[in-house]
Ligand binder design. Sequence first.
Ligand SMILES: C[S@@+](CC[C@H](N)C(=O)[O-])C[C@H]1O[C@@H](n2cnc3c(N)ncnc32)[C@H](O)[C@@H]1O
Length: 263
Amino acid sequence: MTFEATPLNDWNARQYLRFEDERTRPARDLLAQVPLQQARRVVDLGCGPGNSTELLVERFPDATVTGVDASKDMLRMARERLPRCVFVEADIANWIPREPLDLVFANAVLQWVPNHQGVMARVLEALPEGGVLAVQMPDNTREPSHACIREVARREPWAKSLASAEAARPDLPSPESYYDLLKPLCRRIEIWHTVYEHVMDGPKAIVEWFKGSTLLPYLSALDASTANDFLEAYTAEIARHYPPRFDGQILLRFPRLFVVATR
Ligand SMILES: C[S@@+](CC[C@H](N)C(=O)[O-])C[C@H]1O[C@@H](n2cnc3c(N)ncnc32)[C@H](O)[C@@H]1O
């Protein structure tokens, strides 16, 4: 089996967008719970290729919507998609709002940012009264999809090269810890989980999904041929853990954590 080559040391917009509908659905679900009638200034943290930014533009057509991301490839795609928006290259770990914002939206990004709880508290504190911080993060590190990555990564011959890759995606802290941290800083907070059951064509589709996200730190630590062997071993494990339904399709269980805090 040979996998399609992608640049492995950076976010790749084309690979990410192979599952655009499925990846954008949680952004829609998050935005649906943002308790704002209007907004003038909106920031999309970790805007990626602009799929989440587009939802914000549709919901708040009169707002200035700014996308922030660290990946040049993602920003290039976002600028092509939404030429009238401003997109800024920055590391969220150090980002603070420079003006009063009505909404800071962060869909599927903060799980990658070290000390993301500190970032959330800092951003929330910087919002004016009534400003909203809306966050969604995959809470799937204990799912078979991720356990299989860790298990295969511990095998020879790639164990040494992949020893530090696991650290890129630690388990999310508990919902209670977000409440205790953020409630003192805001007047209203909503926290919930949604578990999606994505219908996938087969084991290789699940592998292609995670090649666009969780597998990046693993694949970037391997050369192309070793990465291919690693993906083959991972695909075999996925096939074992996700049996086909009656029609050959597979359900990818995908829990996600949502937090909407209103200053
Ligand atoms: C999974 S994508 C999310 C894209 C989009 N928000 C969505 O809803 O589908 C995560 C994005 O976060 C960006 N990212 C990850 N860590 C970052 C950081 N520390 N600073 C800025 N962007 C970061 C990546 O470049 C990538 O584009």
